[in-house]
Design a protein around this ligand. Sequence first.
Ligand SMILES: Cc1cc2nc3c(=O)[nH]c(=O)nc-3n(C[C@H](O)[C@H](O)[C@H](O)COP(=O)(O)OP(=O)(O)OC[C@H]3O[C@@H](n4cnc5c(N)ncnc54)[C@H](O)[C@@H]3O)c2cc1C
Length: 417
Amino acid sequence: MKNDSNIYIIGAGISGLIAAYELEKSGYAPIILEASDGVGGRVRTDEVDGFLLDRGFQVLLTAYPEAQRYLDYDALKLKYFDPGALILKPGNSFAVHDPLRNPSKALSMAFSSVGTLKDKLKMYQLTKTLKSRSDSEIFTSPNTSTLSFLRAFGFSEKIIDNFFKPFFKGIFLENNLDTSARMFQFVFKMFALGHAAVPENGMQAIPDYLRSKLLKTEIRFNQNVKSLNGKNIELESGEILTSDGLIVACRPDRILPQLSGQVKPFRKVVNIYYSLAKSFIAQPLIALLTDDHFLTNNLVFMTDVSKAYSKNDRALLSVSITKPVEVNEKLEKLVAIELSAVTNINAEYFEHVKTYEIFDALPDVEDMQVTIPATNSKAYDNVFLAGDYMLYGSLNAAMTSGRKAAEALILSQQPVY
Ligand SMILES: Cc1cc2nc3c(=O)[nH]c(=O)nc-3n(C[C@H](O)[C@H](O)[C@H](O)COP(=O)(O)OP(=O)(O)OC[C@H]3O[C@@H](n4cnc5c(N)ncnc54)[C@H](O)[C@@H]3O)c2cc1C
């Protein structure tokens, strides 16, 4: 009886929730052991002083194939960002309209200060090429860095510095565009085919939605798994559980001694929230600070995207820093001063709400793949792995990995005749 099997999943992040969903579809009733007090993993939203604060600025790209498979965008009440970005420079700020999604508009900004005329044509060419390239083709393309890819494609240093670097730094959470061009092409294609969005009530609505689809899964919170030994799961409390099948939907190197040192350190980001009397952008647009002297990489008024992010009449500003910085009170003040320099708004008007220092934000994956062959999910007998770190850092990858691990586990439970 599948329902009687002791099937465990470690981690109630996106990959663990998808694995549970797939297992349920095949008749299993898994138990999720989650170290924290809620579902979502890296996708959580806190309520602080009447504001909704996502733990780190992140967006759902509506073109993600896995998101289309598992999520109901109407139920999430998605709120969309305007395509493009606002480039903030002291005394010279300008909008880059729609360079990723709508090539005709990109051409219309032929003489804007973001790049050269050739860049606009290249943008058109890149959009067209990537829209027609399959995800499998993208993830088997040469594994060069994004920077080398952009240069080889013929983009000027001007548009690389003014647009690609600051925009993709905020996505890759690294400062040199060293990330594989496979990831760049995939994300570019997703922007070209769809929208960046957040659920009306914060990113947490995504894992909450996935959880609401689980009817037979038991989720046990505050259950920190200390180690795995064969079929046995040892909890921090000392309790030992025995499994018939197990999916490790979190970093495995911390609980499986044989994998210790095999997962590269994750990338870090600092996210500072301020409230202001009103938005100085007044559009659902991501703003970029392109000057390397600034600590801030990108910022966005979450209340311009979804009013529900503030339960009072103040605007909520989310600022992301990808540079290595020390998080302290001085940082909040320094960032307010640099924002004052580009906006002419007195730094004192930036009221600090909360700072998040997210150490394990994104995995650093060298050989990014579009999917995982069922056999590659297997760690050892009846133990399977899931998580974005297996493919590339994204909600889409977390979902793929969860499904693949569930499929591999289900296969392993079939009787051998
Ligand atoms: C700041 C930030 C910005 C991002 N931006 C984007 C974006 O814009 N678009 C996008 O697509 N993706 C983005 N991502 C990436 C995306 O959030 C992740 O790829 C995805 O959430 C990973 O899900 P996961 O299930 O693989 O891992 P996780 O979310 O890390 O889930 C692992 C779960 O396992 C639990 N756990 C860990 N150890 C144990 C243990 N020993 N015992 C029990 N439980 C344990 C954890 O508490 C957690 O709940 C961003 C991530 C961050 C942090």
